[in-house]
Design a protein around this ligand. Structure first.
Ligand SMILES: *Cc1c(COP(=O)(O)O)cnc(C)c1O
Length: 376
């Protein structure tokens, strides 16, 4: 059996090596390292895949979120509602822009932001909501968009973990996550479902005015070469990464299927175990399984992790400290937050190896050892 890895990008690469290598070579030969044809081609293909009107590539997912927020012309102190149970990038950029992150609860079942919790957190200073499609499952976007319309708020989707996820509205129409809010953001960090061989990110919007602003901000606030209208930054997807991504985008739906079948293997092995809650999938969402995350009941998680490590099975806690417990947010009165579901989940979640290259042999070994520990 091959050694088990949390993420296996090497073996994924080997399967498409000839195409990837020749795409990279084309960039090297063309010497169009910045905004070359590869970037334009990938941007177009990604735009078609997501179904968005505009796609703006950028340097990474954190920049995507930052640029999206910069495009909304928010004022210092304006409030942005985000889940506390997310990766730090979602909330960090809010504070970086001198806005106020307001942390709310997630649903126990989907790990995604809870609409009731959003409503309770809205004040006259609230300007935006940032739902996160955590682990590859969609946040309840229909309800979120209704709340946003009612209170006149922007919605920026953090789609870093869920590219390819389908959201079904109550009228039966389907959209890709990242193409539902006013702006969508994603990341091509190597371990993400659509991963580059380095950093990368993209921003989606159907709003022409926002698209124009986002393009300008990502390019030094430039409207025309050397004419800088607003303060922006320098955030580009490089041509080599775009060339790689263009090959991998063609495989994305296959990659998602491979993740889904690994998840199905896990979930059937763990079904009905009294100490394990397997991931659930809401009616409105598909699940692209960026992570396969269990909630443990009455299990010593640290001991379990050590046991698994001894058996050469990697596992991770995403995330061990929620936003409202991070020191970087001390200035935001975090001691007064009461987010019991977030705290409950933080203590109980565990993520197992999840990628496109898991074999049935590896999956049986992982589930066998996992259950052996729980049933001792
Ligand atoms: C990965 C990730 C980001 C940031 O992406 P980078 O490309 O690493 O900057 C943002 N939000 C979430 C939820 C992520 O998982």
């Amino acid at each position: 059996m091959h050694p088990i890895q949390m993420v296996d990008t090497k073996n994924q690469y080997l399967k498409i090596k000839p195409q990837v290598d020749s795409a990279i070579n084309e960039v090297l030969e063309s010497a169009a390292y910045i905004n070359g044809k590869a970037v334009q081609d990938f941007t177009q293909s990604l735009n078609n895949y997501i179904g968005s009107k505009h796609t703006i590539p950028c340097a990474n997912g954190t920049d995507a979120l930052q640029i999206a927020m910069m495009a909304l012309d928010l004022q210092p102190g304006d409030e942005v509602i985000t889940p506390s149970f997310t990766y730090i990038a979602t909330t960090e950029v809010v504070a970086l822009l001198k806005l106020k992150p307001v942390f709310v609860e997630v649903d126990k079942d989907t790990f995604c932001i809870n609409p009731e919790s959003i409503k309770k957190a809205i004040t006259s200073k609230t300007k935006a909501i940032v739902p996160v499609h955590l682990y590859g499952h969609a946040a309840p976007m229909e309800e979120i968009m209704q709340i946003a319309a009612e209170y006149n708020l922007y919605v920026i989707e953090d789609n870093a973990q869920a590219i390819g996820c389908n959201y079904t509205f109550s009228n039966g129409t389907t959209k890709k996550t990242g193409n539902i809010g006013h702006i969508g953001c994603t990341s091509f960090y190597p371990s993400k479902n659509l991963g580059a061989f380095g950093d990368g990110g993209a921003i989606f919007t159907n709003d022409d005015v926002l698209a124009n602003k986002i393009k300008m901000i990502a390019n030094h606030g430039q409207s025309k070469r050397y004419y800088h209208d607003v303060v922006g930054c320098n955030s580009r997807l490089d041509s080599i990464q775009a060339a790689v991504l263009n090959i991998k985008l063609k495989e994305l739906d296959n990659y998602i299927q491979a993740r889904q079948s690994a998840a199905a293997f896990y979930s059937s092995a763990f079904a009905n175990h009294p100490k394990i809650i397997t991931p659930s999938v809401a009616k409105y969402s598909s699940h692209v399984f960026h992570q396969y995350t269990l909630t443990l009941d009455n299990v010593n998680r640290d001991e379990l992790i050590s046991y698994l490590a001894e058996k050469k099975i990697p596992s991770m806690i995403y995330y061990p400290v929620p936003g409202h417990k991070q020191k970087m947010f001390n200035a935001f009165d975090i001691d007064n937050y009461h987010l019991p579901i977030t705290d409950w989940l933080t203590e109980r979640v565990i993520s197992l190896p999840m990628h496109t290259e898991l074999s049935n042999e590896q999956l049986s070994y992982i589930t066998h050892e996992f259950l052996k520990y729980l049933n001792r």
